[in-house]
Write a protein that binds this ligand. Sequence first.
Ligand code: FE2
Length: 262
Amino acid sequence: MTIDVLSTGQEHERKFPVQKAMTGFVDIHTHILPGVDDGAADILEGMKLVRMAWEDGTRALFLTPHYRGSFKENTPAWLHEVFSMFRQSVAEELPEMKLYLGSEAHYEAALPELLCEGKVMPLLNSQYVLLEFLSTSVRSQIVNGVSEVIRCGFTPVIAHAERYNAFRKDAALADTVLAMGALIQLNASSILGKHGYGIKQFCHRLLQQRKAHFIASDAHDCAQRPPLLQACWQRVSKKYTADYASALFRENAQAIIENRDL
Ligand SMILES: [Fe+2]
């Protein structure tokens, strides 16, 4: 018996289409800026993370060090200084990789004021603020935080909304903050199920309802929290639509870069 290799292969491809690797991702949430928070420890690790992201298809990275706890001692002036040194190193090796500076701002009562005074950085000097809460923050604290940041003229991008108990327990909370004008970012690792079934299900519910705006890596290191988006892109573009996936991984981030409304 002979096997028609060509037609067998074509048949297989029809049933299980192979998706090509995508490039051009814009990762709006990473801890790659070296030596300033609990992400990249030094320039070597920072460069390793940038290389890893590039090989995975990312072409622009927002470097968003934590503004919380002891990391608050990093002033914007110091972060800009570290950023310009790091950008130079990246440009020598990967001149086409774009880097933007921002922060992941933990909500506290003083935050709106600090944002207005330029003491905490939004994303790339834009109207958008990557806003973090505690995993245990309750509904009223989240709604109040979103409202205060909006009152000061900023648009909150809620960092990894899936990680907060309040969002997972109360499906209406996402609707409430979206109606107020906030946007929602999910972590790629959560969508892929790396943090448990409940978190994964919550992400997919938001994606099905088109209520998420950004998917980012929240990368901290090469092993546990790497800057990888490709596997998640493959999953999301297959499960939902290519257009929505494109918005989540690339196009919506352009609104931040151009500082225009989404
Ligand atoms: Fe983060």
